[in-house]
Design a protein around this ligand. Sequence first.
Ligand code: KIV
Length: 275
Amino acid sequence: MKNTVSTFINAKKSGQKLAMLTAYDYSTAKMFDNCGINGILVGDSLGMVCLGYKDTLKVTMEDMLHHTKAVTRGVENALVVGDMPFMSYQTSVYDAVKNAGRFIKEADAHAVKLEGGAQVCEQIEAIVKAQIPVMGHLGLTPQSINMFGGFKVQGKNEETAKKLIEDAKRLEAAGVFSIVLECIPAKLAEIITNEVSVPTIGIGAGAACDGQILVYHDMLNMFGDFKPKFVKTFANVGSLITEGVKQYIDEVQNSKFPEKEHCFSINEETLKKLY
Ligand code: KIV
């Protein structure tokens, strides 16, 4: 079934939970799409899990478009959301609309995501006015780590919790079709989920959210630098890759691979003429 912005809005109404994952390339996106995932976020987390940066701040529009193009080529049914990188929308409303448009025109994304609350509502309104669906993102927004002082759970005191509730309402009023809630207390995420009419997509925000998203390298144990508390390992793909690669090295170095079945033949007559 094709997933659209309406699918997301209707899922909230019917109580159907939404499953999202990140993806950054054609093959992975195609695999997830065939599994029936509702949405794929081409997250700027690619800066960390694909490009090896310590955070997401160095990721560029060109990085994001390159990976989003690969993902959309592999997807038939999932809603593909392109993540707007640091400084592609904070600088001005004009930049925000222009860069959001590039995700749709150049990379075939269906929607964009950007981080922040009240301070980015002007940009969100303008992007939505340009007919581009926007997913909001509140809580631990990684593009603000220098303001937060690191990757820390957000909304733990009355003031910051109330601000997040207010920000969620502001995002809804600005026209977002859903809101990612990252690393906030589960009870606060439940309050926000009940206060807004658009679906909340949680990551480290508990079970009451209308959907969940994880970085696939985390849930498949493919990223060894650190493992956030909210991540569950659904398959040990990292170990499988390590085992497979070690076996390959062993077989090549000990002349066990390739075998006859992996080789191409040539007819004897032609072969004779080569000596
Ligand atoms: O960049 C990303 O992958 C994200 C998710 C963690 C929500 O923003």
